[in-house]
Design a protein around this ligand. Structure first.
Ligand code: SR1
Ligand code: MG
Length: 395
């Protein structure tokens, strides 16, 4: 097939995706391949190619030169496919049990060929349907302890870390987050989208100088603090799960940023479930506790056993670092709650509430909780205080 000998990008379709898989010798030459486009995200094409004889299958993901969620009017760099493939490979080295294997990637065609995880469900969809993932919080705590510690100045020699910072410069995708998470929802911007019943609450937010000041500081942290290689978009739509397994996918937003950003996205996206369904609150709070405890236990053990920084044995240093991550996590979670409620790219947890008045009520709670977390992040001292603050806000 000519595809990979060409110099120029071309969009795959179901037929050319299957041909590509054959050309890459991912299947036996007698394989009977079927191919279907299964992408339901905001940005990319995703094909599953399967051999009907052996049952073997792979995923071929291709970046489009624009944001699918908006259309061709929003051009987007294809370089993100290389960032994603490189990040998947690195994260798999660091936390193999939680990351799919990459079989092949090509920068020109913006494709990544990887392990098919279709025996698992997208965590957001599963959670909405009432599935339970008893190990997801433990797994995510371990995954983030490893990826955040081992890519930081504590886990790497400074020159190795700087090489990675350079490799993962990702200005266009960072700009999406800078705008859609940290800016647009706090102003009357064209990208925002919300029900008219929310306008009074939204106007309150736009005129809340305290929330805006704290959000500006969180945005500054996102812009300037190259602590660790982040996934950068770690919501429950970027996680495949079952009762026993958890896999983190889609790191196209990866870049060096503040560790608390990934941590905060995880807890905010769990919180959408607690807000949408009161009956699930205790279960979600328990997940958030487990997530933070596992993260701090694993991170502390890496700190003790694998730290490259001579100051790491200094009394109180680890505690200071974890305290900073904790307060950043809370603030970034607040921003994520707000942006997924009134900005661009909502979540099905809230938008899927059919009853209009329940949905509006849930969204108002989300906005208020988001604001509360942003402004009180410095005062909340530990995970129990965080949960009790959240409970008070969801009453
Ligand atoms: C234009 S991209 C919109 C959102 O989709 C991605 O998953 C990120 O969350 C981004 O903010
Ligand atoms: Mg994504």
């Amino acid at each position: 097939m000519a595809l990979l000998q060409q110099q120029n990008y071309e969009t795959l379709n179901e037929v050319s995706a299957a041909k590509l898989a054959k050309k890459l010798h991912l299947f036996h030459e007698d394989a009977e391949l079927t191919s279907s486009e299964i992408g339901d995200g905001n940005l990319n094409l995703v094909f599953r190619v399967k051999d009907q004889l052996s049952g073997k299958s792979v995923i071929i993901k291709q970046a489009l030169p624009y944001a699918k969620v908006v259309g061709e009017s929003w051009p987007l760099t294809l370089k993100r496919a290389k960032i994603e493939a490189d990040a998947l490979k690195l994260f798999r080295e660091l936390a193999p049990e939680f990351v799919p294997e990459v079989y092949f990637s090509d920068e020109t065609f913006a494709i990544t060929v990887m392990e098919d995880l279709s025996h698992l469900s997208i965590a957001r969809t599963g959670l909405i349907q009432g599935e339970e993932y008893p190990l997801i919080s433990k797994h995510l705590g371990k995954y983030l302890a490893k990826t955040l510690f081992l890519t930081s100045d504590f886990g790497l020699e400074p020159s190795d870390k700087k090489e990675l910072v350079q490799k993962f410069i990702n200005p266009e995708l960072c700009k999406i987050t800078e705008d859609l998470v940290f800016t647009d929802p706090f102003f009357d911007s064209e990208t925002n989208s919300f029900e008219e019943e929310l306008i009074d609450e939204v106007k309150k937010l736009w005129s809340d100088e305290k929330v805006k000041l704290e959000t500006a500081l969180l945005k500054q942290s996102f812009l300037t603090e190259a602590e660790s290689l982040l996934h950068g978009d770690l919501h429950t739509g970027s996680i495949f799960a079952s009762k026993t397994e958890t896999k983190v996918i889609d790191p196209e937003f990866a870049f060096y940023g503040p560790a608390g950003f990934d941590l905060g996205q995880v807890i905010a996206n769990l919180l959408f479930q607690a807000i949408a369904n009161e009956g699930k609150q205790e279960g979600i709070f328990s997940h958030i506790r487990t997530f933070w405890k596992t993260f701090t236990d694993e991170y502390s053990s890496l700190w003790t056993n694998s730290n490259k920084e001579p100051f790491s044995k200094t009394d109180g240093y680890l505690e200071k670092v974890l305290k900073k991550y904790f307060k950043d996590m809370i603030g970034f979670a607040g921003c994520e709650l707000i942006r997924r409620t009134i900005g661009l790219a909502h979540v099905a947890d809230l938008d899927g509430i059919d009853d209009q008045s329940k949905r509006i009520h849930a969204k108002i709670k989300t906005l208020n909780l988001g604001k509360k977390l942003i402004v009180s992040r410095e005062r909340i001292r530990n995970i129990d205080e965080l949960i009790s603050n959240i409970k008070d806000n969801l009453k």
